[in-house]
Design a binder for this molecule. Sequence first.
Ligand SMILES: NC(=O)c1ccc[n+]([C@@H]2O[C@H](COP(=O)([O-])OP(=O)(O)OC[C@H]3O[C@@H](n4cnc5c(N)ncnc54)[C@H](OP(=O)(O)O)[C@@H]3O)[C@@H](O)[C@H]2O)c1
Length: 235
Amino acid sequence: MPFNPIKGKNNNVTPAKPVTPATTVIPAKAGIQEKEKIKLIMNLIYSHICAAAENNTIGLKGKLPWNIPEDLQFFKEKTQRKILIMGRKTFESLGTPLPYRLNIVITRNKDFQSKIHGSIRLDDTSRISKEEIKTLTTVKKSSPVVICPSVKEAMNLCRQNEIHQQYGKEIFIIGGGEIYKQTLPLVHCIYLTRIHQTYEGDAFYPEIPDKDFQEVDRKDCKGNPSYSFITYKRV
Ligand SMILES: NC(=O)c1ccc[n+]([C@@H]2O[C@H](COP(=O)([O-])OP(=O)(O)OC[C@H]3O[C@@H](n4cnc5c(N)ncnc54)[C@H](OP(=O)(O)O)[C@@H]3O)[C@@H](O)[C@H]2O)c1
């Protein structure tokens, strides 16, 4: 059963459902990590990766309000050679496509592609050409950028066999606030760096619903500010 987590209009999202085909039996007593591992083998997994302050601030005027090199290193290691989905404002705040990763940018602006040298615009990813697939699956420093009109089209692209065979089945949604909010019902995993301070912001991470997510891993780190690397999995 293909995982089709979004239907209808762009921001009409359907909550994540178990994604394992009916033929796969997950032992009833399997722990949460074991269950997630089985799902990962069978299907695509969408994960958020985010750094958020105690008041859920993630950005101010297009920038991160803190400087924590260890968090940037964590992000780099986690997302290397993976597919990244991001909003147009986050892409602009990065300033350049992230190397050795497939960068998918979501925008409603039909002219945006013309601003990004060498990018590919895919309005209907089911009509992707062999040539485009070849370009997108060539992993290199000057990463390919795909411009998509919706999260739904971005996810359709991820489902193309050649694409996830190259980049793996865990897809990283890297923000910002608008995109995190729209996709929270779809993700199975959240890698959250919680910064233990409050900051003024204009972009925010949504509240993580306790009933839907469980903390499965945590590493507390000293610093100024101190922070914690926390992993949540969908219950
Ligand atoms: N702390 C962190 O981990 C982290 C991570 C990422 C970003 N950030 C920060 O977050 C801020 C940016 O977040 P943001 O919420 O302002 O913007 P964003 O989510 O990055 O991008 C918003 C844009 O995405 C496009 N978009 C959103 N929903 C769409 C939909 N359903 N269909 C088509 N296009 C859609 C629109 O682009 P158009 O206007 O072009 O149509 C919209 O303006 C920055 O300050 C950045 O530094 C922080």
